[in-house]
Design a protein. Sequence first.
Length: 257
Amino acid sequence: MITGASSGLGAEFARQLAPRCQTLVLVARRTEPMEALASELRLEHPDLSVGVLKADLTQSADRAELLKQLASAGLHPDLLVNNAGMGDYGEFVKSDWSKTEAMIRLNVEALTALTHALVPPMIEGGGGSVIQVSSLASILPIPDFAVYAATKAYVTSFSEALRLELREQGIRVTALCPGPVHTNFGEVARRQQTGDESPFREAFYVDAKQVVKEALSGLACNAPRVFPGWKVAAAAAVIGVLPLVLIRLAMGTRPRR
Ligand SMILES: NC(=O)c1ccc[n+]([C@@H]2O[C@H](COP(=O)([O-])OP(=O)(O)OC[C@H]3O[C@@H](n4cnc5c(N)ncnc54)[C@H](OP(=O)(O)O)[C@@H]3O)[C@@H](O)[C@H]2O)c1
């Protein structure tokens, strides 16, 4: 089951998982792009069964309905890709609270609730895997991206602890921590039309195909975290050894959004 499968990384996960799965369940709010993707995948993989489920994952009622639909179809996902997520660029104090609240509900609450509901049946079934889509932002406090970075810090920390809890029970948990990727993410996160990305940031962009390919190979070798692309991996390695005081200095002088 892939959440946030109507665009970006979620749709790419569906494309790359299709040849390896019997059944794919695609979840998001917009059904039209998911139905189009499902038709494309059914044509390419005639033995594949693809289900499209509409849910606003910020809503607990929608999540409950989604779980009900899975149960009534007799589906027990053995791979959960918790990918649905959103960001919000700009100062925290000037943020629209409804957007900030939705971001926390989606990035933190929905991801945790789906993991809580779907991992126990995986354990009963003898094994399974979870990819928690986090971000490079999870290892940095980022001004003008403060709540997003904090939600992803939660995701990476939760993922690391959960994989230790579940390691004896045949469940793999991998945190996928991409740097920037060209998807709809920027459009959703942007508060108003702004200029192009700085060339420095642009240099870190990694193609969605590459991100998903590295995520799936990381899961296959049970990697705790995957930072796709060598520049992003190198940046993560440097950040990991820098003292907090230098990180504060660097973040304090970074161009504002
Ligand atoms: N792109 C990047 O630079 C980047 C970098 C690091 C991490 N990430 C992470 O990668 C993940 C995927 O993002 P993306 O880059 O592929 O962006 P995207 O193209 O905007 O995709 C986001 C997906 O989440 C779904 N979604 C949003 N709100 C939802 C809701 N309330 N209920 C259900 N589904 C919802 C969207 O579908 P609907 O709108 O149809 O609901 C869409 O399918 C996110 O967790 C993001 O934080 C992205």
